[in-house]
Design a protein around this ligand. Sequence first.
Ligand code: AMP
Ligand code: MG
Length: 485
Amino acid sequence: MALSIPFRNTYARLPERLFARLPPTPVTAPRLLQLNLPLAEELGLDAAALASEAGVQALAGNLLPAGAEPIAQAYAGHQFGHFNPQLGDGRAILLGEVPGRDGQPRDLQLKGSGPTPWSRGGDGRAAVGPVLREYLISEAMHALGVPTTRALAAVASGEEVFRELPVPGAVLTRVASSHLRVGTFQYFAAREDVEALRTLADYALARHYPAAEGARGLLAAVAARQADLVAQWMLVGFIHGVMNTDNCAISGETIDYGPCAFMDSYSPETVFSSIDHAGRYRYGHQPRIAQWNLARLAEALLPVLGPDEDQAVAFAQQVLADYAQRFNTAWMAGLGRKIGLAEQREGDQALVQDLLLAMAEGAADFTLTFRAMADAACGQPAPLRALFSALPALEAWLPRWHARLAAEPMPEAARRAAMLAASPAVIPRNHLVEEALEAAAQRNDLAPFEALLAVVRRPFEAPADPRYTQPAPPGLGKYQTFCGT
Ligand code: AMP
Ligand code: MG
């Protein structure tokens, strides 16, 4: 029996020029690699049906579930600062929206589902390694409390895809609040299609920001969500790696897990992506890039921001200024929580900034440093000190911190608990991610992947096996990521 999902198809009801209608291209021998049971539960989907023969055929794109109306969405985007008017879903098919238990509809999209009119010479496929990478890292982000698209399933296709070498292919089922991007608006702005911009703005408002009004309200709401999102990335040491405008979701979810990675030793200059030569998307630059992307959204929305262009521009400029302020407030408050401050006082900004300088000087592991501070706040500074390769700046900083902590009203035990809740013990460590993906892709062994997944799903608990919390051994050299195709 074909899988039945209570799809709504609101996007497929929009004007035809916003997408192309086409089904996924079938694959030879689908095999379920991973099914996200907690997510299936949240979406009100029957996990047993998804794991059944018919379910796996549907997740592979071989069999359309009843009620699906498959489409590839049109979008454009600035890639590394250069505008491409024609990107679109080159290897993804939206099946429809699932209502979900919370009443919030979620897109169900197959990624790696074959060529579309937007494939631009690509094969429309995805490989097991990057598919599992997206699955793992998005689950880690979700567990860390960071808004993100998620993965419902990963299915091996039984086919080879050719990257530099032949590698096993796979299809990911991505779940997102929506797949609207800054680039979706840019596509229609570039075509001077004001009617489509209005339609899209209304659609985005209804779906994501029902309390906001008009295109101005939309712009302001998206900017606020981006400020909060990027602050959350920064607070867990996440580097997105490819913050192109087509990878900037209107919903405020993290989307596109190609070359992303978590920072180990702290440096604002950290870049992992092999193609990001200029460091455009380096850790410390992310807040400004998100603002740059919002400026591109404002430009795209300009024709619908009001009849007076000067006023519209002034409004957009104010939104961008508000973004910067909101980001800074969220970032500083978050850092404050990480160092045990429940209140914000004058001088706190300098205090956290000087800590970051000390961490950079000592090449201290970002995650372990903040975790060790919970003990250091209770008179056990040795584990914290041990994380720093150079100590002078830290030694100068510690007495200032203790003096500031003394002025906090929180009792010590409560403070310790708050600090441990603000700083995870576990991030997906780069070398462990690689190990897990290699075992899955090359030896068809999913055990390391599943073990790592279980640990990153409980990031605030110190795992029994210390391997999961330690940074890569120094011998491994510099970590590099690749745009995940
Ligand atoms: P991304 O780097 O994943 O953000 O993708 C940028 C653009 O390239 C999007 O339009 C994708 O749909 C397209 N793309 C990426 N990989 C492939 C592929 N293997 N086949 C076709 N299109 C692709
Ligand atoms: Mg993308």
